[in-house]
Design a protein around this ligand. Structure first.
Ligand SMILES: [Zn+2]
Length: 348
């Protein structure tokens, strides 16, 4: 029986104990390392999660009321929310600041709140805020400018013109805004006959020589003959997309033949053969490809003031609110219309 047990003083016993200890220590250090690594990940994840999820309204209220952060930090935070398009959070911060903040920046915070309401599309609330500012401080051009935009977006053109009068009294340049609001009022007037609209729009245009895109896009849409009759070929590049989309039967070949830009544009489109080449790359490619190719033009619209790019034409930039700053970029594209008609023909 004793042969199965190792003697306590046997050197073999010490060796076994030694290896057993080495095994236990290695196992525990391995396990501890894994556990620590997992804990570190978890800690980092929890830490990063704070930045992914925004504080709730209740948390915000608590934080602002405690006054642990200076007002400027809250303004910066609200502005960064505004910039990133999270208007809801920005509005919450401004509202809480107006309730609990000191009154030194009250008017400025009101203005920022009104601007955020406007950008978020809450036009009625934005209007009330700007009217509230102007009730106590009528000579605030920034609030008047935003109130003008609010009325314009609400299609309340009479109120917008009244705001322009106030801006005029403050010696602000209102020429473009006035022409723009009056033109919008004419185009959107459901009771005015089309002929009167055309007459009034041309009257405004001939007094200001602004809003070429707005006026001629409308004229070419409702009465191409009158549009060509009052067309100044020097403005052709401001209307490239409108001219490109004009129906073939609405073209005035005499005017097109006399103008280099129009000749190149309609030769590129394949309607006439008045040009053999063009200094504009897109037109030149289309002229050289002739009708065999299934290429066409697409357009994008850039604001020269703030460089914002839009997929549609505009007269007032919705980013920087400037008027008449649009430039049109032509882009070569596949002619899907031609593909579609060929596909339809193949089924016949
Ligand atoms: Zn702009």
């Amino acid at each position: 029986m004793n042969t199965f047990f190792i003697e306590f003083r046997d050197p073999l016993f010490s060796i076994i104990i030694f290896f057993a200890l080495v095994f236990i220590i290695t196992f525990f250090s391995y396990w501890w390392g894994r556990y620590k690594r997992k804990e570190d990940y978890r800690h980092l994840d929890t830490f990063l999660k704070q930045f992914r999820s925004l504080p709730s309204q209740k948390e915000l209220k608590g934080l602002i009321t405690k006054g642990e952060l200076p007002e400027k930090s809250w303004l910066l935070l609200a502005h960064s929310y505004y910039k990133s398009g999270d208007y809801e959070k920005s509005i919450e911060i401004y509202n809480e600041m107006l309730k609990v903040g000191d009154k030194s920046n009250y008017k400025e915070t009101m203005f920022l709140l009104g601007r955020t309401y406007f950008r978020a599309g809450f036009l009625e609330r934005a209007k009330n805020i700007f009217l509230e500012i102007l009730k106590n401080n009528p000579r605030t051009p920034q609030a008047l400018t935003y109130l003008l935009l609010v009325y314009e977006y609400m299609k309340d053109y009479n109120s917008a013109l009244e705001v322009l009068d106030s801006l005029d009294e403050l010696k602000k340049d209102i020429l473009s805004d006035s022409a723009y609001i009056k033109s919008l009022a004419i185009i959107n007037d459901i009771h005015m006959p089309i002929n009167s609209k055309i007459e009034n729009l041309l009257d405004i245009y001939k007094h200001t020589y602004q809003l070429t895109y707005l006026v001629y896009e409308y004229l070419f849409r409702v009465n191409p003959k009158v549009a060509w009759g009052n067309f100044n070929s020097a403005n052709a590049n401001l209307l490239t997309d409108v001219l490109w989309r004009l129906k073939k039967e609405d073209l005035d070949l005499d005017i097109i033949r006399q103008n280099g830009y129009l000749s190149e544009l309609y030769t590129a489109r394949g309607d006439v053969d008045f040009a053999t080449k063009s200094s504009i790359f897109e037109f030149d490619v289309l002229i050289n490809l002739k009708k065999e190719c299934c290429a066409s033009l697409n357009f994008e619209y850039i604001c020269n003031n703030c460089k914002q790019v839009y997929p549609f034409g505009f007269s007032r930039c919705s980013n920087c609110h400037s008027i008449n700053t649009q430039s049109i970029e032509s882009i070569l594209s596949k002619n899907y219309q031609r593909d579609f008609s060929e596909e339809n023909n193949s089924f016949q």
